[in-house]
Design a protein around this ligand. Structure first.
Ligand code: ADP
Ligand code: MG
Length: 246
């Protein structure tokens, strides 16, 4: 099983949109587990479910198993562990290693080809638990100055997490989102990312497509639906590129 963590501490950088489309896109290639680690539960909504108030992925920090939180989604190959709404990470001082331990004890890797994790926009115990199991980290970013700054900050956070857990740093991909090639600021930001962090890390950009915002209303990711749309084509390419790196 390959675990892909979608992360950026900056809010509104299309983490959840990317997580649901990558998870659903990978579901065409194998069995996928999607973990909705952001208690807002938007990834759960994105695959036709709801965040749960009684049982969800965060219940593993309260003594539950991961598999008892599983539920079916919009795609037969895609299983969801939904967000546990209102779970308060700050009530718990040390959550380290819990997800990693669950993966091992429940032999999660025997049941899925891919695991995709949508994360909250904070460097907290939830993000750290995700990074402890990551083979690959995708950092979506909006190509503005602060977007580029946030990518740098995220890369340093990854390094810090790898050091703290004495783990090799995961493969990192940087994904420009809501990209418009006619806007100079966007092109310049992309160039800055290339020169600062290396062109090899960069995935092809995702353009603006209002269907990517509307998909949450129907609970059906674009990648399973609107084949002719820009959002479909861009995320499909993103999944293909990611598969080559895994
Ligand atoms: N490529 C895109 N084109 C148009 N809207 C987008 C695109 N990507 C994301 N959005 C919208 O931008 C907002 C933020 O995206 P979201 O995935 O929720 O970000 P995050 O999880 O990082 O906070 C959402 O309303 C989403 O629907
Ligand atoms: Mg989100």
């Amino acid at each position: 099983m390959k675990t892909i963590v979608i992360s950026n501490r900056k809010g509104g950088s299309a983490k959840t949109t990317t997580a649901v489309n990558i998870a659903s896109g990978l579901a065409k290639h194998g069995s996928v587990l999607l973990l909705d680690f952001d208690t807002q539960g938007h990834a759960s909504i994105g695959v036709g479910c709801e965040p749960n108030e009684d049982l969800g992925v965060h219940s593993i920090f309260l003594g539950k198993t991961l598999s008892e939180t599983f539920m079916p989604t919009v795609h037969e190959n895609l299983t969801l562990s939904p967000a546990l709404a209102y779970f308060d990470v700050y009530e718990y001082s040390d959550l380290r290693g819990v997800l990693k331990n669950r993966f091992k004890k429940e032999k999660i890797a025997d049941f899925f080809d891919y695991c995709v994790i949508d994360t909250p926009p904070t460097f907290d115990g939830l993000l750290k638990n995700s990074l402890e199991v990551a083979d690959s980290v995708v950092i979506p970013f909006v190509p503005h100055h602060l977007g580029v700054v946030a990518v740098g900050q995220m890369l340093r956070a990854l390094l810090q997490s790898a050091r703290a857990t004495e783990r090799e740093i995961a493969d990192v991909s940087i994904l420009p989102v809501m990209y418009n090639p006619h806007i100079n600021e966007h092109k310049e930001s992309l160039n800055k990312v290339k020169t600062s962090f290396g062109e090899a890390k960069l995935l092809s950009p995702i353009g603006v497509d209002i269907k990517l915002a509307q998909q949450f209303e129907s609970g059906r990711p674009i990648i399973l639906e609107a084949r002719r749309s820009k959002g479909y084509k861009d995320y499909n390419k993103c999944v293909e590129e990611l598969l080559q790196r895994l």
